[in-house]
Ligand binder design. Structure first.
Ligand SMILES: *[C@@H]1O[C@H](CO)[C@@H](O)[C@H](O)[C@H]1NC(C)=O
Ligand SMILES: *[C@@H]1O[C@H](CO)[C@@H](O)[C@H](O)[C@H]1NC(C)=O
Ligand SMILES: *[C@@H]1O[C@H](CO)[C@@H](O)[C@H](O)[C@H]1NC(C)=O
Length: 720
């Protein structure tokens, strides 16, 4: 083209106007140049097609006032799953998504939930007086709209039941060792109403089950520690997963349902009734007990003065009546379709239902999800589209789900019916197309950032928190604060079942992240979990909300936009090695761990190879079809390696749990929070002969070794 300009016609003095053909010619040339630039520009650098631009725009769109406004709207009324105000939040989230121009829809399920109809409690003291406990929280001005009907304190799925004039007895945490200690003192709890303190690693359902096994007729459970003393901690006491009437499949409308009388259903509910108790009410009863003196080991850790454990002389009248009802629950989704790989999904999820107002649990997370939607929609208006499809998920009825066993100290949650039903319904598509699931439940509970992940996401998590400002120390990144607090990179693992990630990791094998600010907030599951508490204590300036939304969104953007997925299996291999060390110390040579060592070594070398391949391909920025295909093939292997840890047969006796590295042990007092099959084998065989014990544990070790081999071969992507 340059030579066309080399001999321009020289304009004559008489006329500065070029001749007519020249006009036409120039016009064509300019068109060509414009066309070339347009094509070239559109091809190599359209506005915001690079993830760098997207990341920058996402971060610059952060605001605290939108977050606080969303939280206020969501927490105007208590919104227990299956109630009218809960439906209002369903519409609120759906409208938010659609008003932003996002494609959104709701999916309804029928689920069996449980509500109280009547409860009463009174104590008859030895001095002849009687005290009737009101069993309600006078929240006064300290909690949202004081007049709203907060559901009375109860345990979901508790059977109805009455006990009149039963002796009260204190059982500490209600663990097996606590009953042993009582037995040693000659205390028999048979026929008594047991008062237990929540904690000690035991979920509610397990406390009630142990009490029933020991002959108790009812349980009163209080939560000690740094609580609101007048608060009652609601929660579920069901065992098992998801909707009790559709175990293992999705409870869709018109789908198969078991009957309430079915053994598989009734076996999931406790045999004796229970109620939560406030610290104040527990104190009155506990102080009045006579009988055996409190063991000194219990006394040292107690926050209340309990000199005697009973039984009696205080007698208790206990009554709880509840109903189980099939109700509609709704999951809400917004889908941002990927441009290049629409059939790969990056999922962000948070539950929406709450025991009361839910300012912390879970709507601090919902507010963050809604803000991410706002920011993504803003980016879309500037021309951004993700490479892969992003799905924002708002789950229902998490609180009713269950907790088979919280293995870590941060036992704090029940779980998730909505997400379990959805994962069961979409298992094949998730298995073949889900890249990662990013969960946020109680986003902001107080100070301090906590995160959990399947280990191939560790590096990404640490990289992302280098880009987000710490909400509590000006001028520092979250990473700097994190590093100063955690000498090692203390990322939790996702073997717990205390939030919606459980079905994704433990049933579907999807790499996942979970995160939150603060731990053990004092208003947990009480009427005090309100917007007022948040602006007074939890996050007065909403900066922690901003930080969580920032990390959550950046994780999603990397996973959705990076041409090669930011997965690193070297950290997975290192984590597996550390797990093996812990196991080895625990077992002390009882069985051979060499199958495990061999498979971990092989996994480590496959991880190294994948990392080298990743580096090489990352340098090749060409858009040649071959390179693009190679990148996709590598991405698929990076995704499917996690699926390798799944086992078709699942855990012994609990087939729903397929993941052999991360899942809950069925023994709440187990020392292992990984390799759940091995943990179960250890607990199950304590009373067996040495040879039986060895054989059973050895078999579980082999199963884990084979799962790691499957992951290795998925990562290598070659047939043997
Ligand atoms: C406790 O009392 C019940 C009922 O009186 C009795 O059946 C049971 O055997 C006793 N338990 C122990 C360990 O003594
Ligand atoms: C009777 O005992 C209870 C429990 O110890 C105590 O709260 C109450 O004040 C006592 N009443 C009288 C009249 O002594
Ligand atoms: C947002 O942050 C600013 C600066 O810290 C603060 O003054 C303001 O009150 C915050 N807004 C809300 C709604 O919390």
């Amino acid at each position: 083209m340059a030579q066309l300009w080399s001999k321009p016609p020289v304009p004559t003095a008489a006329s500065t106007k070029p001749p007519r053909p020249l006009y036409t010619f120039l016009f064509i040339v300019i068109l060509c140049i414009l066309g070339f630039y347009t094509l070239h520009y559109a091809h190599s650098a359209p506005p915001l097609s690079t993830s760098q631009n997207a990341l920058r725009l996402f971060l610059s769109a952060a605001t605290n006032f939108t977050l606080s406004a969303y939280l206020r709207d969501l927490t105007l009324h208590p919104h227990l799953a299956g109630t009218k105000p809960s439906l209002r939040t369903t519409h609120y989230v759906l409208n938010h998504f659609t008003s932003l121009g996002l494609r959104a829809h709701a999916v309804a399920y029928d689920a069996l939930l449980s509500y109280p109809t009547h409860s009463s409690l009174s104590a008859h003291f030895s001095n002849g007086t009687e005290l009737v406990f009101p069993l309600s929280e006078s929240t006064g001005s300290g909690s949202g709209n004081g007049n709203d009907a907060v559901v009375r304190p109860y345990h979901a799925y508790s059977p109805s039941g009455t006990a009149r004039g039963a002796m009260a007895v204190f059982v500490n945490f209600g663990r097996e060792e606590d009953y042993r200690a009582l037995g040693g003192m000659g205390v028999n709890v048979s026929g008594c109403v047991v008062i237990a303190r929540k904690g000690g690693g035991l979920p509610r359902a397990a406390v009630v089950e142990r009490a029933a096994l020991n002959g108790a007729v009812a349980v009163l459970l209080y939560t000690g520690g740094d609580r609101f003393r007048k608060g009652f901690e609601r929660g579920t006491v069901m065992r098992g997963l998801g909707d009790p009437l559709s175990p293992g499949w999705a409870g869709v409308e018109g789908g198969e349902k078991l009957g309430l009388g079915d053994d598989e259903v009734s076996g999931r509910f406790p045999k004796i009734p229970s109620l939560p108790l406030s610290v104040d009410d527990a104190e009155v009863i506990l102080e009045s007990l006579g009988g055996a003196p409190t063991p000194s080991e219990w006394r040292d850790a107690l926050d209340l003065k309990v000199d005697h454990v009973g039984p009696g002389p205080t007698l208790v009248d206990f009554d709880y009546q509840g109903e189980k009802k099939v109700v509609k629950i709704h999951n809400v989704f917004a889908v941002i379709k990927g441009l290049e790989e629409p059939e790969r999904y990056v999922l962000l999820g948070n539950h929406r239902d709450a025991w009361t107002y839910g300012a912390v649990d879970p709507n601090s997370g919902t507010a963050a999800l809604l803000d991410i939607a706002r920011r993504f929609s803003l980016m879309m208006r500037s021309g951004w589209r993700p490479r892969r499809t992003i799905v924002l998920c708002s789950w229902d009825a998490e609180e009713f789900g269950m907790m088979s066993n919280p293995v870590t100290k941060s036992e704090k949650k029940s779980w998730e019916i909505g997400s379990t039903e959805w994962v069961e319904q979409n298992l094949v598509n998730l298995g073949s197309k889900a890249v990662a699931y990013l969960n946020v439940d109680c986003a902001v509970q107080g100070p301090g950032f906590f995160a959990g992940a399947t280990p191939q996401l560790d590096n990404l998590l640490l990289e992302v928190i280098k880009k987000v400002e710490d909400p509590d120390s000006e001028g520092e990144t979250m990473y700097q604060k994190w590093a100063s607090r955690n000498s090692e990179n203390n990322i939790e693992r996702l073997g717990r079942v205390d939030s919606d990630f459980a079905a994704f990791v433990q049933h579907a094998g999807v790499p996942s992240v979970d995160m939150y600010y603060g731990a053990d907030f004092p208003t947990y599951h009480t009427a005090f979990d309100s917007y007022d508490w948040m602006i007074n204590y939890g996050d007065p300036s909403f900066k922690r909300h901003v930080a969580v939304a920032g990390v959550w969104g950046l994780l999603a953007l990397h996973l959705a936009d990076d041409p090669i997925l930011p997965f690193n299996y070297i950290s997975y291999a290192e984590q597996l090695k550390r797990h093996k060390e812990v196991l080895s110390n625990l077992l002390g040579g009882l069985v051979s761990l060499s199958p495990l060592s061999t498979s971990i070594q092989d996994f480590a070398s496959a991880a190294k190879e994948a990392e080298i391949e990743t580096q090489k391909l990352r340098e090749q920025e060409t858009t040649s079809e071959l390179v693009v295909l190679k990148k996709r093939a590598l991405n698929d292997r990076l995704i499917f390696a996690e699926r390798g840890f799944l086992d078709t047969d699942g855990l012994e006796g609990r087939r729903w749990f397929k993941h052999l590295i991360y899942g809950p042990s069925s023994d709440p007092e187990s020392k292992l929070d990984f390799f759940p099959g091995i943990a179960d084998a250890i607990s199950r065989t304590t009373r067996m002969s040495l040879s039986q014990k060895k054989a059973i544990i050895q078999h579980e070790v082999w199963r884990v070794a084979r799962a790691i081999q499957r992951a290795t071969s998925a990562l290598r992507g070659e047939l043997t």
